[in-house]
Design a protein around this ligand. Sequence first.
Ligand code: 7RM
Length: 639
Amino acid sequence: MQITSLDEYKKNYQLSIDQPEEFWAGIAEKFLWKRKWDKVLSWNFSEPNIKWFEGAKLNITENCLDRHLEKDGDKPAIIWEPNDPHRDSITLSYKILHEQVCRFANVLKKNDVKKGDRVCIYMPMVPELAVALLACARIGAVHSVIFGGFSAKSIADRINDAACKIVITADGAFRGNKQIPLKEVIDDALIGCPTVERVVVLTHTRTPVSMLKGRDIWWEDEIKLVDTDCPAEEMDAEDLLFILYTSGSTGKPKGVVHTIGGYMVYTGYTFANVFNYQPEEVYFCTADIGWITGHSYIVYGPLSQGATTLMFEGVPTYPDASRMWQIVEKHKVNILYTAPTAIRSLMSFGLEPLNGIDLSSIRVLGSVGEPINEEAWHWYDKNIGKGNAPIVDTWWQTETGGIMISPIAFVTPTKPCFATLPLPGVQPILVDENGKELIGNGVSGNLCIKFPWPGMLRTTYGDHERCKLTYFSTYENLYFTGDGCSRDEDGYYRITGRVDDVINVSGHRIGTAEVENAINMHSGVVESAVVGYPHEVKGQGIYAFVIFPKAHEDETLTRQDILKTVTRVIGAIAKPDKILFVSGLPKTRSGKIMRRILRKIAEGDTSNMGDTTSLLDPAVVEEIVLKRNTMDKLELKGK
Ligand code: 7RM
């Protein structure tokens, strides 16, 4: 299954285009099925209706666990590194992980969770989180993981959208020097969640929690009441594996749906190839399982390939900026997969944190989440890879399930800032605004995909029309990614960033409309407009223009109130970096906010505003520019 030369890549790529069904059937053969498929693929992008491996039966946990037991039962499946470097790390062999998954699957069953039921998971980055996901998959329940940075209201919206029956959480989470009271947040959320019957609580931080009689139960008590024998439920390839909520250009996050068979084949295949994983190697992905990268490349991809996956509870800069490098040294990490924002943040501490640390185990480096800038690419290459570890700059999305455009380590010659070439089975095309295909090299446009791949989303939960509208209606018969992209003279792809109203903050997608809705909930706010602007560490920061007519007693306090509101409504991850109070917003005669102009102002590039003749009131622009410059000066003085 592993491609080892450029020639082989080219051959595989050609086959995957000419005979996609034969190509993917060949890959799928390498997995464990209870029954093989009747048909590899049936599809149309107009409804859309996408089915891979129809008629096949399987359980993904047999692929991630059972099938490794005989040969690799004692091999480490998960190595867990705690937030606190003075606490011991934990290693779970495949045998132990299998046992824990079966046991917890029985806990779910005992609590009346059935095939097809939705399970909300809101947990810290501990091994039990991986156990919870796999236990759901074992019995055919659908997991919906929510990142620990989301607020009670965001959780409630997601739980209600999916009508979850049960929540799995913990007393709290450690993140650097902070503690997040997870159970307390869940208690707040559940006030408005009538479908939830049970809450399973894992003890982790020993934060005091309230346990509601008849609803809340302890993880530690429950696992004592069941045994470790849990046969894997027989599932259809197209049954749901999970829902993962993601932000788009509208105010409401969408529940992206992935199904079992195609997702398993795609994440397994791409993991094995892109990172060139070798038996016995230690692979470390620094993402949180609350995001798609954690689902696909901490849990399912690596485990289906029998890999050793390292899970880190904390943050790269705690207790200091050498932590990530210490983890690499301690566990002799061979493959490190992280985000440009982490690289830039660590880069800002200089080389001192690397002193005396042995990084010689590193063989492959990966990047994901946003475009990596040239400076960060070279720093990573030189100081972490010591010039001889290929950097795989992997472009993909929650919706694509797995990596789409990326170098294959030791196969594809890399180029700084380029995601390089599509993986086998991926057919990217660039189009102009009218949907006309841009042929040949040396072009740039909007990135679309013209043929299905097994890992793609199947629908958005409870609202298929929304899936169609968002991804399959902008351009006929194409999946639209929302990203801008260029293709250079070598046919290499370079992703330039979102072309829709989505901001990529530290590799996390945040919709401008979502943030505006949250800001507008503050009682003093009349209207707001939010745009992204270049941020040195986060990639993009959030800039909010806010109409707040009442005279401020204390502008700083009002700002803090607005931040609090956003934290309550969405979560701390969506807090604006800058808030500028304005008396009006640049609008067209039809009332549409001209974000293009606000983006320029936020960037500080006010020399050329472009065409402003369609504005209702051009004077408002001058006022905003003036206010912005004053705020800049104040900030400088503050420093
Ligand atoms: C995996 C993930 C998806 C968005 C996507 C892009 C951006 C991700 C890269 C990238 C440039 C990359 N899923 N993006 N990877 N841009 N180069 N290698 O991040 O759903 O959370 O975000 O992230 O804009 O559309 S995601």
